[in-house]
Structure formats: C-alpha cells, structure tokens
Ligand binder design. Structure first.
Ligand SMILES: NC(=O)c1ccc[n+]([C@@H]2O[C@H](COP(=O)([O-])OP(=O)(O)OC[C@H]3O[C@@H](n4cnc5c(N)ncnc54)[C@H](O)[C@@H]3O)[C@@H](O)[C@H]2O)c1
Length: 355
C-alpha cells in the first residue's frame, strides 16, 4: 500500500529544509508518494488562498501524513495566513498530541556542564488543541485607559485524559519508567486542579510507571539542574510551548528540534520546531536536521520503525563526523557547510545504514 504524503514547504527556509527532508525520505525506498502543495505567504499574497476547505477533507480522506516546513512571512501583517494554515490543521484535524523529543544527539551539543547524552533524553507531550490557545476571549473598552482583555483557558476532561493517556502509553511502549505532569495547580486551582485529578486517575491505570505532578516553574529549574530525572513530560498547550523551547536549547537548538502533531490512527502532521527564519532564508544556511528528524517521527507514525531508526542513526553519525550548518559550528567547531552539503552527506549516510 502506498502512503500519500502531503508536503507543505511553506515560507522562508521551509522550502529549503522540506527539499532536504523529502530527498532523505525518498532514499529509503519506501512506498511513500510525496505530493507538494504551495500553501503559504506567496500564494496568499497572490490570490488570497489560505487553506481550501476541500483540501482539509482530502487530507482526512486520502493522506497518511502531512510533512510541513514552516510558515511566517514579514510581508503578511499579523501572519494571518499562518494561523489559517498551521493552527487550522492542528485544530480541524484534532491533532491533540504535540510530541517533541528532547534527545541529545552528541555531548558537545549540550549547554549544561556535565550533562550529556545519558542525562538529556526526555520527551514532551504537549496538549495541542485547547488550553490558552483555544482563542476564546475578548477585549472591552479597547484602546481606552479602562481597557479589559481576557483570554480563557479551556481544559476539558476528555482533552486532559487523552493526552495523559498518550504519555503513559508512550512510556510503556518504550520501556520508560517515569511520567511527570507539569501544571500550576497551586494558583490555577480549577483548570489545573482538573489536570491533577485526571493525571492521578490515568496514572492509577499504569501502576508500573512512576507518576509525579510538579509545578511548571519548579520543573523548569529542575530540567537545568537534574534533567536525568525526566523521561516523559506531559503538560498543557502553553507550558508545553515554553518547555519545548527549553528542551530544544538543551539539545542543540532549533536547527535539530523535531516535532509531531498527532492523532493516533489518523492523518497527522510532522514539522520542525523552528519557524521560517526569514533572517537566513535563501542563503543555504538552514540546518535540515530538524526537518529530517521530523521525517523520522513521521516514519514511526506510519509503522516504519526500522527506517526511522536508520534516519536517526544517519543524523547522529552526521553530527559526530560530518559537516555542519553555521548554527552548529559554535557547538561542534569546524567551518560552516551549506544546507545542500549537509543534505548530500546525510544521503550517503542513509545509504550506509540501509545496507
Ligand atoms: N511552526 C511554524 O511554522 C513556526 C514556528 C515558529 C515561528 N514561526 C514563524 O516564523 C517566523 C520567524 O520566527 P522566529 O524568527 O521567531 O523563529 P525561527 O524559528 O524562524 O528563527 C529563530 C532563530 O533561529 C534560527 N533558525 C531557525 N531555524 C533554523 C534552522 N533550521 N537552521 C539554522 N537556524 C535556524 C533563525 O535563523 C533565527 O535566528 C515568524 O513569522 C514566526 O511567526 C513559524
């Protein structure tokens, strides 16, 4: 069976890293059919298209996954096209798991003294469809000295339950022993009180796993002090957004941080954590590794575990022995290579590990 993959490269460095990622995935010789779509700022500015409704239906019906670059363009005020593309897919396709592995690939990428690959290996499960990002709120007396602005945090029992369940299931499937839930239940007593209760209920169904609830501020400190205590972290939309940027910088930066937006068993979206990086777009400076590792997450989702491992091995080998884009030079040394050079070396390494 051929899996149809919708590739949306998007804006800025999106097309550069998407080209690299697809080339690596094609080299594996799997039954994957990549179909390219031009949704992004250029198309939006040309004819006003964001994401057609029939495209969303086609994604649900005909595609196994979406391989996404990045969106964001200084020519579009407020990035309204980006909301209509990426946030729309996350919400409309109900991609409730934002999976972000924070796994150190090489000790030299760690900014923490004495903490290397053995210590930095946690995975974050961020709730991706509710919380403070639900877009519920409003302003009153706008622009006056009496202005009031409200943003409502949405926490549903169903939403909390399914993300906690996904985190425990992931831990079990990987032979991991610890799941930590991050909240602010001491202050946000209603919404995060629900998180505490539901997390305890889900934990009781997984007695083999050590479950711990922590305040997010304490966890942020602890991830710097003793990251080795954490294997799986589950949290809400906003705290997950912040903790995963922390996780990215602890493991080599945005150039290597991958993510999946997942609804198990349904079409899901895989993308690098970084944005469209307009400051380096078109200069051959973009690190393709985050996109390539997002491709590995997509392979796992599609059931190609062996090939996902091959891609991860090729990336690790590249970081240890190969050329690097400029973002990694301060950490790894050497002289800067281009996106194209790093991609070419990655392709050779994929072939080596395929044999
Ligand atoms: N998922 C997404 O599509 C997404 C995510 C974040 C930001 N954005 C959008 O992207 C645009 C730029 O945002 P930003 O500058 O805050 O974040 P960014 O992630 O695009 O860039 C932050 C910094 O990291 C560097 N960087 C990012 N990816 C890199 C890579 N692969 N290789 C080397 N260096 C890399 C950039 O050069 C920049 O200095 C904005 O319009 C923003 O809204 C989109």
């Amino acid at each position: 069976m051929t899996h149809r993959i919708a590739v949306i490269p998007g804006d800025g460095i999106g097309p550069e890293v998407a080209q690299a990622g697809v080339r690596v995935l094609e080299r594996l010789g799997l039954p994957l059919q990549f179909e390219w779509f031009d949704f992004g700022a250029e198309r939006f500015l040309r004819d006003g298209t964001v994401l057609p409704t029939d495209f969303m239906d086609a994604l649900r019906r005909d595609y196994a996954a979406i391989y996404f670059g990045a969106v964001g363009d200084p020519r579009v005020p407020g990035n309204e096209h980006a909301k209509g593309i990426l946030l729309a897919m996350r919400f409309d396709l109900d991609l409730y798991i934002n999976l972000r592995p924070c796994l150190l690939l090489d000790d030299r990428l760690s900014p923490l003294k004495g903490k290397g690959r053995a210590e930095l290996r946690f995975t974050v499960f961020r709730e991706n469809t509710e919380g403070l990002y639900a877009g519920i709120g409003g302003v009153f007396k706008k622009g006056t000295p009496d202005e009031v602005a409200q943003e409502v945090e949405v926490n549903t029992r169903k939403g909390v339950e399914r993300i906690c369940q996904a985190a425990f299931a992931f831990a079990e499937s990987r032979g991991l022993r610890r799941v930590c839930m991050a909240d602010k239940a001491n202050v946000l007593v209603f919404g995060h009180g629900l998180w505490r209760r539901v997390f305890a209920e889900v934990a009781a169904r997984h007695p083999g796993i050590e479950a711990k609830a922590m305040y997010v501020d304490a966890l942020a400190m602890d991830l710097i002090r003793q990251p080795e205590l954490y294997e799986v972290i589950v949290t809400n939309n906003m705290f997950g957004d912040i903790l995963t940027d922390l996780g990215a910088v602890l493991t080599g930066g945005l150039g290597v941080a991958a993510s999946g937006n997942i609804h198990p068993g349904r079409v899901s979206l895989f993308e690098p954590v970084h944005g469209s990086a307009p400051d380096i777009a078109g200069q051959g400076k973009a690190n393709p590794i985050a996109m390539v590792l997002s491709g590995a997450l997509m392979l796992e989702h599609l059931g190609f575990a062996r090939e996902a491992q091959i891609v991860q091995n090729a990336v690790r080998d590249q970081i240890e022995h190969g050329a690097h884009t400029p973002d990694l030079v301060p950490l790894l040394g050497g002289t800067a290579a281009t996106t194209g050079q790093v991609t070419a070396e990655l392709l050779t390494r994929v072939e080596k590990f395929l044999r």
